[in-house]
Write a protein that binds this ligand. Sequence first.
Ligand code: GDP
Ligand code: MG
Length: 201
Amino acid sequence: MKHFKEERTLVVIKPDGVQRTLIGEIIKRYERAGFKMVGIKMLVPTEDFIEQHYTLDPNWKKTTGEKTIASYIKKGMEPPIKDPIEQANFIVNGLKKYLSSGPVIAMVWQGSHVVQIARKITGGTEPLTSDVGSIRGDFVVDSYQMSDKDGRAVRNLIHASGSPEEAENEIKHWFKESELTKYRLVQDEILYDVNLDGILE
Ligand code: GDP
Ligand code: MG
């Protein structure tokens, strides 16, 4: 079985993150939490590549559609589309335009519980309700209501994988194994070494 510290996640800085000149700020958030960057590249994804990315998980449409509808209901509002799959198809069309509109930065980050902690650092999907202190909560304004009305995807700066399984599938979609580097960071010692017997001289 893999050690916790080998867990990996895919983080993509979306075109608005690049255009807002937030690349450094965003990388810093994951880096300072203690994670190790093991891959990075800039590219302009095609619409097909984005569609494939969001349909790697056969359940994604259902859960994403349901999440959006629930968020409308929670705010006491009528969801504009009531069928989860139809809602998700609308979102995918918006995402294809959004994510192929300019360069993105794709990264693989590694470390203990990186999937869950990277999601926490990233913040909830809808910037209107993302926690202050998270990247989405601190640096962007958007809502389901506004983006749905304008017929586009919510602009929220970042994609971060939702589960370790989703992460491994997404990493394979974005990176060749040869583009990822296995290496030791000095700080791995203080994060993961059990005996801490290598510090004192
Ligand atoms: P994430 O994992 O937090 O990024 O959220 P999801 O996987 O559920 O959705 C993927 C992306 O689709 C989000 O990051 C948003 O850019 C966009 N999106 C999600 N839900 C909605 C929605 O209800 N309306 C619109 N317009 N865009 C959405
Ligand atoms: Mg997701």
